[in-house]
Design a protein around this ligand. Structure first.
Ligand code: EZ4
Ligand code: CO
Length: 412
């Protein structure tokens, strides 16, 4: 078997997605997700201009060798653009291998280690009544774990609070939350860490009061605190027994997590913007986190993320793979196969895609009683309807950015 054709498909059925589509001389089609929210076309160029020409004629079975070849032969390593491009190739090759074997991909990764994957959804509200409604709605949808994000008095737009109608769904349906906005310039949001720190513990106290002690609750700090502020928040949230506090600091300063860890037993999750195992070395070996947030799509694919998760497993650290709407259905399917197979699965983030996205990407995963399963079709179990994809050309979109009340640019 050889790779005969490699195409990069850009489509925007409600938001932008980048997909690598490999076709073999046997007529098999393998898919890989290369979507990098707000910087999509950089990955398109990396693939089209520099990687696609290297793939034609290659043996698609040589996954590890292709991974090492793309990583090492570029000379310039790591970074989100490179690692998203390599991820797309890697996942498309795993898809092809599993189809050639006539097996769902998780079988090639060692087989199922569980019956389904615990998933969490995103509840949010500007105030408590809105937040409670959103939590109830998620419970009715079957979610067994819920991320809680809330407005902060005095701030206009806060990360994670649903502000829009879902662009591509039935009128009136609530938009789960897509932070990127279409247009020529990123939207500006405002931020005040002290106001947030004063407000958040009371919100979790109210949520526990209303929904009881059992429901697993998560929260995303979205990189906005210093280590000492994160330590203070983790400590203040201890009575409310969080499943995790995510991205409490911009964690490229891995040593900063030592300070957080000294002060709190609130479990910590980090890594959605990381792209290699090297971003985790201190965090893992010193057991400074509890969950690895990396997505297959942004971390060099199944081949590299599996290595990160095996490394983490030796320190009792589990997976908590990133699964926002900017991970395409192809990237989600890859996450589900990997999550089903590994021993140290923790939880999977699951925001539903819109109906138009589901028409472009036909999927076979299931969602039953709060548990996801990738399904038993050979390969990833996702097909791309190229005609349907062609109806939705790329539209420029940016993630927002933050300014403090005095105008200083802050981490978003
Ligand atoms: O802001 O994926 O935990 N989830 C997140 C996401 C990220 C977006 C950025 O593209 O932090 O909502
Ligand atoms: Co996050």
């Amino acid at each position: 078997m050889i790779i005969e054709q490699a195409e990069v498909v850009v489509t925007s059925p409600g938001r932008n997605f980048v997909t690598l589509r490999l076709t073999t001389d046997d007529g098999l089609v393998g898919l890989g997700d290369a979507t990098l929210n707000g910087r999509e076309l950089a990955v398109v160029s990396y693939l089209r201009d520099h990687v696609v020409p290297l793939l034609i004629g290659r043996d698609p079975h040589r996954i590890e060798d292709t991974w090492q070849f793309l990583y090492r032969s570029a000379y310039w390593r790591r970074g989100p653009v490179t690692m998203a491009a390599i991820a797309a190739v890697d996942v498309a090759l795993w898809d092809l291998k599993a189809q050639a074997a006539g097996m769902p991909l998780y079988q090639l990764l060692g087989g199922a280690s569980r019956t389904g994957l615990l998933a969490y959804g995103h509840a949010s509200g500007r105030d408590l009544p809105e937040l409670f409604d959103s939590i109830r709605d998620h419970l009715e949808q079957g979610y067994r774990a819920i991320r809680v994000q809330t407005g902060v008095p005095g701030l206009n737009a806060v990360y994670g609070v649903a502000a829009n109608q879902r662009a591509d769904d039935t009128a009136g349906a609530r938009y789960d939350y897509e932070p990127a906005s279409r247009g020529a310039f990123p939207q500006e949001e405002d931020w005040d860490t002290r106001a947030y720190l004063r407000h958040l513990p009371g919100v979790f106290e109210a949520v526990r009061g209303e929904f009881g002690p059992e429901l697993p609750l998560l929260h995303d700090g979205h990189h906005r605190m210093t280590p000492i502020q994160a330590a203070k928040l983790g400590k203040a949230l201890e009575p409310y027994d969080l499943f995790w506090l995510e991205d409490c600091t911009p964690a490229e300063n891995q040593q900063g997590l030592r300070l957080v860890r000294q002060h709190t037993t609130t479990p910590l999750a980090i890594g959605e913007i990381f792209n290699t195992v090297y971003d985790y070395q201190t965090l893992v070996t010193e057991q400074l986190i509890d969950y690895v947030r990396s997505a297959v799509t942004h971390t060099g694919g199944i081949t590299h993320l599996r290595k990160i998760l095996d490394f983490a497993a030796q320190y009792q650290i589990k997976s908590g793979m990133h699964g926002p709407t900017d991970i395409s259905p192809v990237g989600m399917a890859a996450a589900l196969h990997l999550g089903l197979a590994i021993h140290n699965f923790g939880i999977q983030e699951y925001m539903k895609h819109g109906t138009r996205t589901d028409e472009v990407f036909r999927q076979t995963f299931t969602w039953t009683d709060g548990l996801l399963h990738p399904g038993d079709q050979p390969g990833l179990g996702v097909t791309l309807d190229v005609d349907e994809a062609g109806k939705y050309p790329y539209e420029r979109a940016y993630l927002p950015y933050n300014r403090l009340t005095d105008g200083t640019v802050h981490d978003w």
